[in-house]
Design a protein around this ligand. Structure first.
Ligand code: ADE
Length: 237
C-alpha cells in the first residue's frame, strides 16, 4: 500500500528508521553502511532505503527540512507503515559558547512556538519530550564508541532566516534552556506521542550562533560519520 508521499509496500520498511534531513544522506548511509539495501521510495526524491546493519533490518529515509515536511513523512511511517522507532539525525546551531561545532547533542526535549501539535490534534504543549528508552540506547552507543554526548532541551524553529531581534540565542537559552536550534524535532516527537510510538533526535552542531566558529568540509564529514555510527548502533540495539 502506498501513501501520497511514499510508494513503499507494507513490509518494505523496517521497525526502526533513521531520518537525516537530506535524502542524499539517506542514500549515502544505505550505500555505505547497510548490507543488501534496496530503495523503497523515490517520490519527490525523498529517498528511502532498507537494508541490514549488524544483522538487523534498518531503514533510512530523508525527512526534508522543517516541521511540515518531517511531520508528513514521520506520520506516514508510524501510522501507515507501522514503524515503531524513528531516530532523527540532523544538524543544529549552537546557542551556547561551550557547545562547539561538531559536538553531538541528544535532544531530551524540544521547545517550539510551532502550531504543528495544536493544529494536528489540539495539543497545547510547547515542550515535547523524546523517548527515554531510545535515548538510553543512543547514550549507550555513544559511550561504547567513546564519543561525548551533550544532552538537553533544543529549540525547534519554524524560521531559518529570522530578523535578528526575533532570535536572540542568549535569551532563548536563558528563558527556555534551549542549547541549540534546529527545525524538525518538535513535530517528530508530537507524531510519536500521537501514534504511541518512539522518537528521538541526535544532532551535530553545524554552526555556533555565539562564537560564529567556522567549519571545514573534512571535519563536517567526520562528525557526521560519528553521528551516523551512533544512530546505526542505537537503531540496531
Ligand atoms: N540547523 C543548523 N543550524 C541551524 C540554525 N542556525 N537555525 C536553524 N536550524 C539549523
Amino acid at each position: 500500500m502506498a501513501t501520497t508521499h511514499n510508494e513503499a509496500k507494507i513490509g518494505d520498511i523496517a521497525k526502526t528508521v533513521l531520518m537525516p534531513g537530506d535524502p542524499l544522506r539517506a542514500k549515502y548511509i544505505a550505500e555505505t553502511f547497510l548490507d543488501h539495501s534496496f530503495q523503497f521510495n523515490t517520490v519527490r526524491n525523498m529517498f528511502g532505503y532498507t537494508g541490514f546493519y549488524q544483522g538487523q533490518k534498518i531503514s533510512v529515509m530523508g525527512s526534508g527540512m522543517g516541521m511540515p515536511s518531517i511531520g508528513i513523512y514521520s506520520y506516514e511511517l508510524f501510522h501507515y507503515y507501522d514503524v515503531d522507532r524513528i531516530i532523527r539525525i540532523g544538524s543544529a546551531g549552537s546557542y551556547i559558547k561551550d557547545l562547539n561545532v561538531y559536538d553531538l547533542v541528544l535532544a531530551e526535549s524540544a521547545w517550539s512556538q510551532s502550531t504543528y501539535a495544536k493544529v494536528q490534534n489540539g495539543c497545547e504543549a510547547s515542550v515535547l519530550y523524546s523517548d527515554k528508552e531510545l535515548n538510553a540506547a543512543v547514550e549507550e552507543a555513544a559511550e561504547n564508541r567513546g564519543y561525548a554526548l551533550n544532552k538537553g532541551r533544543i529549540y525547534s524553529s519554524d524560521v531559518f532566516y529570522c530578523a535578528p531581534e526575533m532570535e536572540v540565542p542568549q535569551a532563548i537559552y536563558a528563558e527556555r534552556t534551549c542549547i541549540c536550534v534546529e527545525m524538525e524535532s518538535f513535530a517528530l516527537f508530537h507524531n510519536a506521542n500521537f501514534t504511541g510510538k518512539k522518537a528521538t533526535s541526535l544532532l551535530t552542531i553545524s554552526d555556533n550562533l555565539i562564537t560564529h566558529e567556522e567549519t571545514s568540509p573534512k571535519e563536517r564529514e567526520k562528525s557526521f560519520t560519528r553521528m551516523m555510527a551512533i544512530g546505526l548502533d542505537a537503531a540496531s540495539a
